[in-house]
Design a protein around this ligand. Structure first.
Ligand code: PHE
Length: 461
């Protein structure tokens, strides 16, 4: 978006930032990941914990992350360095760049499936899926095909690189003004179809009657990781987008809007998928393939499903692109700002590296499925380390940084820009934000991380 010589670009308008940030947040995390992770972790109890994590930790830290970006107008490494003059904190920004690179490597594999499903649904394959178990078998057949999975993964990476290369994000963001509401609408249709299917009440029960017996420290960590992942938080994507934000826009208001939108979409997707899963007799525990098993069966049971199916996968792919460009943007901004690379070189080199790193993730669904480390295949391992460890740790460090290194007296001066109304009329909210950043977020994240590595086992929680 900028080169060292040109002045840093800014979003054209207030809505520009919201669209870009919401574009980053809303993606596969909401529609693909949320339902399957909730399914694997006991349904509604997981969802309740996820909602609490989003409100108590997600929103305050998101405000903080955007604030660091807007204040410094720099990439994550430069931003932490500028505010702290310390190598350690610059390294924290560096961890974000690495996390972005790792996340993109597996994210693009799944986005490739969505791309592949556009063809599957247009080519009339959808009708072959009338029998839901056949739809699930078909998915397994496709992902067992190395050429299919790598081919679409490569195609998606190329699409993302073209967008970041050409710097046409703005066009995409403007396009999302139409496409995201459309995706929202289609999801609501799918949800209504799900709820009205015979046998859907089992799904609603799964979503509404919490079963706390499945909840452990691990569950809380995974819910926290999901809150960070779906909000694109803890690795500098929101920081980088905040760096292009005008000082006239209110950060707390924007962050709240992003959180509400993102959470609403995840919940709607969750209801749509679980009512359907139980209605058609599929397994809620199907793992990463869940939506690809389930949705084809739903589309065949919808009037106009043969049109809605392909449109849905087109929109899902676009939602994935707007998230993927924010991941690649973090890496690109770092090499452009800090190392003086050209934008084009950074995109080509790191797009290429990301593809290579993603190959073992793609192969985790077929030839490398038996290759495991700590009981996880390569795909699950990279996902686990980034979502459940690097992002929450990044969030913890952002909170600690603001409260104890940068300090509130300086942070609040910056936060007030654009948010004068809140400062003047609702000072309590600002005090609450400080309390959450200073105490709640760091302590809670720390405890969850400790517990998950077994260090709190003696408390037998
Ligand atoms: N939030 C994105 C999604 O839900 C994924 C993402 C994670 C994007 C981290 C950027 C950074 O699909």
């Amino acid at each position: 978006m900028s080169s060292p010589s040109s002045p840093r670009e800014q979003w054209g308008s207030k809505i520009g930032f919201i669209l870009a940030a919401a574009g980053s947040a809303i993606g596969l995390g909401n529609i693909w990941k949320f339902p399957y992770v909730a399914g694997e972790n006991g349904g509604s109890a997981f969802i309740i914990i996820y909602l609490i994590c989003t409100a108590v930790i997600g929103l305050p830290v998101l405000i903080g992350e955007i604030l660091i970006g807007r204040t410094t107008q720099l990439n994550p490494v430069g931003a932490f360095r500028a505010l702290s003059k310390s190598k350690f904190w610059a390294g924290v920004g560096g961890m974000g760049v690495v996390a972005g690179f790792l996340i993109l490597s597996f994210y693009a594999v799944i986005a490739g499936w969505s791309l592949g499903y556009i063809y599957e649904s247009i080519s009339g394959g959808l009708f072959a899926y009338a029998d839901p178990t056949k739809a699930a078998d078909h998915f397994i057949e496709l992902t067992n095909n190395v050429a299919w999975i790598i081919g679409y993964f490569a195609a998606f990476m190329i699409l993302t690189m073209v967008v970041v290369f050409a710097g046409v994000q703005k066009g995409i963001e403007r396009g999302s003004k139409i496409m995201m509401p459309l995706l929202f609408l289609l999801l609501i249709f799918v949800m209504i179809r799900g709820i009205t299917m015979e046998g859907s009440s089992e799904g609603l029960k799964f979503l509404l009657e919490p079963d706390w017996s499945h909840v452990s420290g691990q569950t809380v960590l995974i819910a926290l990781g999901q809150a960070f992942f779906t909000l694109s938080m803890g690795m500098g994507a929101m920081l980088t987008y905040g760096s292009y934000m005008s000082k006239k826009t209110s950060i707390p208001t924007s962050a709240l809007q992003i959180v509400i939108l993102d959470t609403a979409i995840a919940l709607i997707a969750g209801i749509a998928i679980f009512t359907s899963v139980f209605a058609v007799g599929l397994d809620a525990n199907a793992g990463p393939g869940l939506i690809f098993h389930t949705l084809p069966a739903v589309f065949t049971k919808m009037p106009g499903g043969e049109i809605i199916g392909p449109i849905f996968f087109i929109l899902l792919t676009i939602a994935a692109i707007t998230s993927a460009i924010s991941l690649l943007e973090v890496i690109t901004a770092y090499f452009v700002d800090e190392k003086g690379w050209s934008r084009h070189k950074a995109v080509l080199v790191f797009g290429g590296f990301t593809f290579i790193l993603g190959i073992p993730s793609a192969l985790s669904f077929n030839v490398m499925s038996n290759f495991t480390i700590f009981g996880l295949n390569f795909f699950d391992l990279v996902d686990y380390i980034t979502s459940n460890i690097m992002l929450p740790l990044g969030g913890l460090l952002i909170a600690v940084f603001i409260a104890y290194v940068w300090k509130f007296d300086k942070a609040l001066v910056e936060l007030k820009n654009g948010a004068e109304n809140i400062f003047n009329n609702y000072p309590l909210l600002i005090t609450l934000w400080q309390i959450f950043i200073k105490y709640f977020a760091p302590v809670l994240i720390f405890l969850v991380l400790l517990h998950s590595i077994g260090l709190l086992d003696f408390l037998s929680l």
